[in-house]
Design a protein around this ligand. Sequence first.
Ligand code: ADP
Length: 226
Amino acid sequence: MVQFHHVTKTYPRTHTHALKDVDFRIRKGEFVYITGHSGAGKSTLLSLILRRFAPTEGSVYILGQDLSKLRESKLPYLRRKIGMVFQNHRLLGHFSALENLVFALRATGERGNLEQRALSTLRQVSLAHKRKAYPIELSLGEQQRVAIARALVTNPPLLLCDEPTGNLDPDTSWEILELLNDLNIKGTTVIVATHSRDLVDRLRHRTVVLRNGQLVRDDEVGGYSL
Ligand code: ADP
């Protein structure tokens, strides 16, 4: 699903070595935390998966494809296969929950009965009854669940989450984590970038730890503090 082959990323303007010789592979169906303190390189790693930019050295493969060989015109196809969840839900405030999902579907060029597909995805996150609610009428946890539904609506095989519980209280964080876990059990490969110890310790999964751009631990059993 995802392979980093001796990846180094240096930001040229500041000569920051954000990732240094990072090498790992994530198989289909895995749930993996990417952890490390702020500045460790987590966001850089996610950006490389989305090919927001290329590595300075090494190669990134997504779904078997070498991203350095991917033409610019094919980028939208890559990104359609990757659902993205952010710390701030980034929902459109003037659209209802359902409309946010329909908009995401339409943006990828999908046609047909989009409302029906959007509704069944809202059902997956147990929010069909809130389909008409605007983001401001939802709790933070519900907003994040709608954001997860939006990321899933195109049925991507890979879900990337960047600090998905960063703005949430512990109980709501747990709900979101359980939802991500359910989605993983149903087959979606899930990658969660987080600096939160609680998250990683609470629901154990493979944990990749970055420190100053280096992969210092890759632990199948998981947990932050081992
Ligand atoms: P994390 O997501 O773990 O907080 P980042 O990947 O954002 O880490 O950052 C890794 C390092 O790269 C940090 O030292 C950060 O200051 C630097 N960095 C991140 N983005 C840029 C950028 N666009 N230009 C220059 N340096 C950057």
